[in-house]
Design a protein around this ligand. Structure first.
Ligand SMILES: Cc1cc2nc3c(=O)[nH]c(=O)nc-3n(C[C@H](O)[C@H](O)[C@H](O)COP(=O)(O)O)c2cc1C
Length: 417
């Protein structure tokens, strides 16, 4: 067994996988996946909100089997989580998005492909035995988005996820200071001074690249700096890897856009992601969405918005009568987190950085291990809490949760990611 396989097999938590990812992937890349906006209050809050949540446990129960199946926007999932859209997964691992969809399919669940991804969408659906969803940003404007929607339909994506919380990109200062765009850019078009400066910047990356040669080799074998191959301009050219903040600011979505997006997408489910308040959830339903994802973008957009779990607890009951299916993401790191989210009536949770941890630690085997860990965590938690199925968690709801009476966060574990 290779050293990498052995290390992955020995991982017991998703934090173990995250640490392997940080060892394998150079910081100039991994920081993109780690970071949150501004002071990262919301990033930490997402995780803390779960850590502070308590459950009860009903004893003297024994189940021969558990039922982890759930149903969301007409999709049956064999586990109550799906892969949230994470841009640039291909920077972590060759064809990273296709690897992710393959693993999701093997576990009977869904992978959501980001618009800002480097693997052709056709390869992503082909790699999976299950369903894939396509997450839409309006990069390049309406015509480009319409081309993307048509292509996603042809490629077999079974739901469209429209993200509404990225009118501008959040400031992730640590990564911005690393100047990834300048450092990874080409020498072409630069004068002598510029070339020298860039050469020095590239040389300064040697200390982080040399101990991570396996990543470097795989990265260049996979074609080097990725392009946004799922955003195709009028000339048929993919969008070059450019500053994502600039792209997002030029592509803000408004409620009016939902009309033409829904019309172009047709009858398959439309899901609105990045919802923080009951008002937006109702608006999404009015505009024809069948699902809503409560999400603060993993703490990467507006810092100081509440942790997603608190948004779920506070806002979801205010939506009132609705046919919407609710999902959430943000801070989910283990199976107990999943159980707690489900107890609020959430049908399935999205995993973002856990996906990055798995793919970054070692592609297919890394993400498979992440899923195994989540599954065995959830299995254990359900048996100890005393619930046999997702349906039962939904039915029992608050009955399985307990208020914490501990003050402060001195008793809480450190946040690894
Ligand atoms: C590195 C990274 C890239 C992301 N890219 C996208 C994206 O392209 N589109 C999108 O809708 N959300 C994106 N998200 C947000 C995730 O879909 C999700 O909301 C978030 O990761 C959930 O929090 P978690 O990382 O704690 O699981 C991204 C998140 C991360 C960490």
């Amino acid at each position: 067994m290779s050293q990498q396989k052995k290390q992955i097999a020995e991982c017991l938590t998703t934090a173990d996988l995250w640490e392997l990812m940080m060892q394998r992937v150079p910081p100039i890349v991994s920081e993109y996946f780690r970071g949150g906006a501004d002071d990262e209050t919301t990033l930490r809050g997402n995780v803390r909100a779960f850590q502070q949540s308590m459950t009860t446990a009903y004893g003297a129960l024994s189940f021969s089997s558990l039922d982890l199946n759930t149903k969301v926007v007409d999709h049956s999932l064999a586990v109550p989580w799906y892969i949230a859209p994470v841009g640039s997964l291909r920077a972590l691992y060759p064809m990273g998005d296709a690897v992710a969809s393959q693993v999701a399919g093997e576990f009977g669940t869904v992978m959501t492909l980001s618009t800002l991804s480097g693997t052709p969408m056709e390869s992503v659906t082909e790699a999976s035995d299950g369903n894939c969803w396509f997450q839409l940003y309006l990069c390049g404007g309406r015509e480009t988005a319409l081309r993307g929607i048509e292509r996603a339909k042809r490629a077999g994506f079974s739901a469209l996820v429209l993200t509404i919380d990225t009118g501008v990109s959040g400031l992730r200062a640590l990564h911005a200071r690393m100047k990834p765009m300048q450092v990874t850019g080409p020498f072409r078009g630069l004068g002598l001074g510029g070339r020298l400066k860039l050469a020095v910047r590239k040389l300064m990356l040697a200390p982080q690249m040399l101990p991570r040669l396996s990543w470097v080799i795989e990265h260049f074998r996979d074609g080097g700096l990725m392009q946004f191959v799922n955003v195709i301009d009028e000339q048929g050219e993919p969008m070059p890897y450019a500053d994502i903040g600039v792209q997002l600011a030029a592509s803000a979505v408004t409620w009016n856009d939902l009309k033409w997006i829904k019309e172009a997408w047709g009858n398959k489910p439309l899901i609105v992601k990045g919802v923080h308040c009951a008002y937006d959830a109702r608006k999404a339903e009015e505009m024809g969405a069948s699902g809503v994802i409560w999400s603060n973008h993993g703490g990467r957009q507006q810092d100081r918005v509440p942790p997603t779990l608190h948004i779920v607890a506070q806002e979801m009951p205010l939506v009132g009568d609705t046919r919407l299916d609710f999902m959430m993401d943000g801070g989910v790191r283990n199976g107990t987190d999943v159980l707690i989210a489900l107890s609020y009536g959430i049908k399935a949770v999205g995993i973002g950085r856990v996906t990055a941890a798995g793919i970054g630690a070692g592609g297919h085997i890394g993400l498979t291990r992440a899923f195994e860990i989540m599954e065995s965590d959830l299995d254990r938690a359900m048996r100890i809490v005393g619930v046999q199925s997702v349906a039962e968690i939904h039915a029992r709801g608050a009955d399985i949760r307990r208020e914490s009476q501990l003050d402060g966060d001195g008793h809480l574990p450190p946040i690894v990611f």
